[in-house]
Design a protein around this ligand. Structure first.
Ligand code: ATP
Length: 244
C-alpha cells in the first residue's frame, strides 16, 4: 500500500522563558525595585524533524520533563513553534487530562464546543451526544459545570469525546491513566477494538507494555532532544538504559 504522510514536522523547536523569582507582593517589589525577577530559558524542545504516515501509531518515550508533552502540543497546534513548521493532513485532537475543556462550561456545552472545534455540525454532535455522555458515565452531571467535577470525571468526558467524535490524527498524552480501574479497562478495550484502526495516533506513555503493544515506531527524548526516532524496541532499549 502506498504511504500517505499524515504529519510532517520540519525543524521545530520551543523554548520557554520562565521567571525564577516572581516578586508578587508589594514588599517584594519595593525591595527589589532595581533587581527585576531573573528570567531563565528552558529549551523544552530542541530542533527536530520527522514524518508520520497515515495509520501509524507512534510512541513517545522519555523521562519526566524531557519535552514529550511540549512536542505533542506543538504538533497539535496548541503552542506555536519557535522555528520550523508542522504540516498536518487531516483533523487533529489532543487528549490529556482535561485539556481543551472549559471549566466554566457544563459537560453538555463542552461536548458542543469540542465537537465544533473538531469540525462537526450541530446535527452531527446531536447524534453522538448521548453516546458520549453514556460512555463517560456522566448522565447525572450533563448540566453541571465541569469545575465541580473530579479530575477523573473531566478526564472521562475528554476521553469519551475523543473516542466518539475522534479526529484523523489523535495525540494521546498518558490517556490510559484516565479514570478509575473500571474505566481504564473500558478505555483500553475501545482503543483496541475500534479506535486504533485507521487512525493516526501519537501515544505518550511511561508504560513500555502499552508502547510495545501498539506502536510500530517510537521516539525517544532526552533533555528536550529527540535522540532517536524509529524502531520501537530500540527506543525502549534507550529509555531503559536512561533509567538505570
Ligand atoms: N508552559 C510552560 N511554561 C514554561 N515551561 C514549561 C511549560 N511547559 C513545559 N515547560 C518546561 O518544559 C520542559 C519539558 O516539559 P514537558 O511537560 O514537555 O515534559 P514531559 O516529557 O511531558 O514530562 P512528563 O513526563 O513529566 O509529563 C520542562 O522543563 C518544563 O518545566
Amino acid at each position: 500500500m502506498e504511504k500517505v504522510i499524515a504529519l510532517s514536522a520540519k525543524n521545530i523547536s520551543k523554548t520557554f522563558e520562565i521567571s525564577e523569582d516572581s516578586h508578587n507582593t508589594v514588599k517584594h517589589r519595593l525591595f527589589n525595585l532595581f533587581n527585576p525577577p531573573r528570567k531563565k530559558k528552558v529549551p523544552a524542545l530542541k530542533m527536530t524533524s520527522f514524518e508520520i504516515n497515515k495509520g501509524e501509531c507512534i510512541g513517545l518515550l522519555g523521562r519526566n520533563g524531557c519535552g514529550k508533552s511540549t512536542l505533542v502540543k506543538l504538533l497539535a497546534g496548541v503552542y506555536p513553534t519557535d522555528t520550523g513548521y508542522v504540516k498536518i493532513n487531516g483533523s487533529t485532537m489532543l487528549m490529556n487530562l482535561g485539556v481543551g475543556m472549559s471549566h466554566e462550561l457544563t459537560a453538555r456545552e463542552n461536548i458542543y464546543v469540542s465537537g465544533s472545534v473538531l469540525g462537526l455540525k450541530i446535527k452531527e454532535i446531536d447524534a453522538i451526544f448521548d453516546t458520549i455522555i453514556d460512555f463517560a458515565e456522566l448522565r447525572d452531571f450533563v448540566d453541571t459545570k465541569i469545575k465541580y467535577f473530579s479530575s477523573g470525571m473531566v478526564a472521562r468526558l475528554g476521553f469519551s469525546i475523543a473516542v466518539n467524535a475522534g479526529a484523523d490524527i489523535m495525540f494521546l498524552d498518558e490517556i490510559f491513566a484516565v479514570g478509575d480501574m473500571k474505566f481504564q479497562e473500558k478505555a483500553i478495550k475501545v482503543f483496541e477494538s475500534s479506535w486504533i484502526e485507521g487512525k493516526t495516533v501519537v501515544l505518550v506513555s511511561h508504560s513500555m507494555d502499552t508502547i510495545r503493544k501498539y506502536c510500530n515506531r517510537s521516539g525517544y527524548m532526552k533533555n528536550g532532544e529527540m535522540v532517536y526516532f524509529g524502531d520501537t524496541e530500540k527506543a525502549i532499549e534507550l529509555y531503559m538504559a536512561d533509567n538505570q
